[in-house]
Design a protein around this ligand. Sequence first.
Ligand SMILES: Nc1ncnc2c1ncn2[C@@H]1O[C@H](COP(=O)(O)OP(=O)(O)O)[C@@H](O)[C@H]1O
Ligand SMILES: [Mg+2]
Length: 261
Amino acid sequence: MAAESELALVVRDLTVAYQRRPVLKDVNLSLPEGRLIGIVGPNGAGKSTLMKVVLGMVPRLSGEVWVWGRPPAAARQEIGYVPQRTAVDWDFPTDVLDVVMMGRYGTLGLLRWPGARERELAMAALERVGMAEYARRQISQLSGGQQQRVFLARALAQDARLYFMDEPFAGVDAATERAIVNLLRGLKARGRTVVVVHHDLQTVREYFDWLVLLNVRVMAAGPVERVFTAENLTRTYGGRLGSLAHVAGASPAPLRTSGGD
Ligand SMILES: Nc1ncnc2c1ncn2[C@@H]1O[C@H](COP(=O)(O)OP(=O)(O)O)[C@@H](O)[C@H]1O
Ligand SMILES: [Mg+2]
């Protein structure tokens, strides 16, 4: 077992509740550094909540969270966050460049206005996601895929050591999905840790090298090849897995589903 300071994230006995209803229960998790880590589980499993707890946006009822052996608040500047696109107010009157520069505020300090250097870094990030020509476009005038690219540019501009991305592939076209995957691989190649909430079981094996199966509790976690099994998926999704069971390959055992969605 690696020393705690070498682990990107350690969660111990975490329980989280909204209005007293627990949505995460006794979550224990150790995530290594420098991996592409997928978090997978059904709707309402607590995936977004888990990210928000680490970011300090949702309080814990009990348990501990450590980032590189430090309290998350002490590591916040080194954590990048790409929220679920649908959870953002895209009518907010601001342009693409400003959104990306916001990714730099953490390193700017509160009282300094972004200058030429910040603008340069933001433009470079937009370049990397193929959005440079949209820098002065209002964010309300972007397609879903373009919105997602802007968010990624913002995270890149921040140059974090640990990234949390909430369903970055949701509702994007194939070209954008490719672009995002390449970006994630680039981050990993530079030693960054990227944690991604993902909903497409078909691409889990291809995209990630570490996997967390979550449904209120951690159902399984570890290297993808060990964790991504039909049995674990059935435990995580229950009867709702349906025909997706085959994506885990391997087990010829028939997976029975009991209707549902
Ligand atoms: N702000 C909130 N207030 C009350 N309940 C919430 C809130 N956010 C999420 N929930 C509920 O908590 C559960 C987990 O939500 P979430 O973490 O968004 O799940 P996931 O991202 O896996 O779909 C769901 O039942 C959801 O309805
Ligand atoms: Mg979610």
